[in-house]
Design a protein. Structure first.
Length: 137
């Protein structure tokens, strides 16, 4: 399993994104089942919808949302059950400046995906126990 971060999904679905080409390559590997099933947190889904609405349009955001929710390769992870724990971890971070969503992503990556996460957010590289794709360099 691997956690799909919003920066990866946004880059893949927005050809104007600086990371689009890399995201396409990573998506090919993901769809070829290189890392197993993708985990999509509810918080990540919300970020993707909002950013695509702002950077593209409602039609694109809605289309991508439907694709993500229907994808057999993806397991949707509701977040309300670990909201308070995420808030606690968010408020305790010292070496990082992870967003609230990113704290939840890191947690699920460690608990359910052997630490694997696909992201272009470099802040994740500061978190112990995570294996961030794509690799640096």
């Amino acid at each position: 399993m691997i956690v799909l971060d919003s920066s990866f999904l946004i880059a893949f679905h927005n050809e104007r994104d600086a990371h689009h080409a890399t995201a396409r390559t990573l998506m090919e590997s993901f769809l070829a089942n290189k890392w197993g099933r993708g985990l999509l947190l509810e918080y990540v889904f919300l970020e993707v919808m909002t950013v695509l609405l702002l950077r593209r349009d409602l039609t694109t955001a809605t289309h991508v949302g439907a694709i993500l929710l229907a994808a057999q390769e993806i397991e949707f992870i509701p977040c309300s059950d670990f909201f308070l724990e995420t808030m606690e971890a968010f408020s305790r971070q010292a070496r990082t400046r992870l967003s609230f969503t990113d704290v939840a992503v890191a947690r699920i990556a460690r608990e359910r995906a052997d630490g694997r996460v696909i992201t272009f957010d470099e802040e994740f590289r500061k978190v112990s126990g995570l294996h961030v794709l794509p690799p640096v360099g």
